[in-house]
Design a protein around this ligand. Structure first.
Ligand code: SF4
Length: 329
């Protein structure tokens, strides 16, 4: 079975964008690959954050992932900083990749713009740490959206450079391009994100979600109830595409175009469809929250397993580099 690696920042509870953009897919893929999911706290510290919240956010994310269907047996879910090999391998890779390659990364340029007061080395080195994340486990498959392709190409480049300088050590991983819809925020203007304050959380109550939907913009051309609308110009319909069965969606399209359905009713139908997905996730979460101790133990034993895998890779890399092949943790 090929190895799959992916990472997610410890943002605490997940939202619809995280679920439909990534996690739902991982739940499927975990059956086909030896799967590692890392809660990438070392990546998270490249921007300003509150250290007091970090452990809470990590645990809450783990609970959310398990509630979404990540399988405790099938997937190795672990916290990145508990496996020192990630940082060790990053340093080794830093010595084979020219700075110019990192400076041209689109994500670095974007993040440097967004974090003008904190353009630190970690931001520049972020994709090298990603390469180390993947190659530490010699993963062949990395599920990504279009915006991450450049980083996967860089990972392949790092593997090639290391291999040509020191001998064949790392595989050239493949990006597993997934159908990851770009889920827009409730503002209809930006990608869904907690930082933009436009997210619908997976664990939010029916009432809270309804108050967000009730105030959400629809097709701007549909001013009165009697006006016909165009679902393709409506953010509410973009959510229907994620959660409402096709047959019902056809009815909504027809109703919207003929003014047969009002926006309030359309939003109520969306709320019902949303809870067909969120209901079971919330139910699982409420059980998992009572098993926090067990979840912490699973994360610790998974980190232990990862340290063993990492040890082999680090020793092999050190040996090839002429360094003493020891690695104690
Ligand atoms: Fe959007 Fe539904 Fe209103 Fe049509 S009826 S504009 S799809 S909310």
């Amino acid at each position: 079975m090929k190895t799959l690696f992916t990472g997610i920042q410890p943002t605490g509870s997940l939202h619809l964008g995280n679920y439909f953009g990534a996690v739902k897919n991982w739940v499927k893929l975990q059956h086909n690959f030896e799967t590692y999911i890392s809660i990438v706290d070392l990546h998270a510290i490249t921007i300003l954050y509150n250290p007091k919240d970090m452990q809470k956010r990590i645990l809450d994310l783990a609970l959310n992932l398990y509630a979404c269907g990540i399988d405790k047996e099938k997937t190795t879910l672990f916290v990145q900083s508990e496996v020192p090999g990630h940082a060790d391998l990053t340093w080794m890779f830093n010595t084979v990749i020219p700075i110019g390659e990192l400076e041209r990364m689109t994500q670095f340029k974007d993040k440097a713009k967004q974090n003008k007061k904190n353009v630190n080395m970690g931001l520049l080195d972020y994709p090298v740490l990603q390469a180390a994340d993947i190659l530490l486990y010699k993963a062949g498959i990395v599920p990504v959206g279009e915006d991450q392709i450049q980083h996967i190409e860089l990972t392949r480049e790092i593997a090639r450079r290391f291999n040509s300088r020191y001998g064949k050590t790392f595989p050239e991983c493949e990006a597993y391009l997934t159908e990851t819809p770009r889920v827009m925020g409730i503002d209809g203007e930006n990608k869904m994100s907690k930082s933009k304050n436009n997210a619908i959380g997976l664990l939010e109550s029916r009432d809270d979600i309804w108050s967000k939907l009730a105030g959400a913009k629809t097709d701007p051309a549909r001013i009165r109830r009697s006006d016909a609308g165009d679902p393709e110009k409506c953010n509410i319909f973009s959510y229907h595409k994620l959660v409402t069965p096709e047959e019902e969606r056809e009815e909504i399209i027809h109703g919207c175009k003929t003014a047969g359905i009002g926006c309030v009713d359309c939003k109520k139908r969306l709320l019902k469809s949303l809870f067909n997905v969120l209901g079971p996730i919330q139910e699982r979460y409420s059980k998992l929250i009572l098993e926090k101790k067990e979840i912490i133990e699973i994360l610790e034993s998974n980190a232990e397993k990862c340290r063993k895998v990492a040890k082999n890779t680090i020793i092999e890399a050190k040996e090839k580099m002429g360094l003493k092949p020891v690695w104690k943790i």
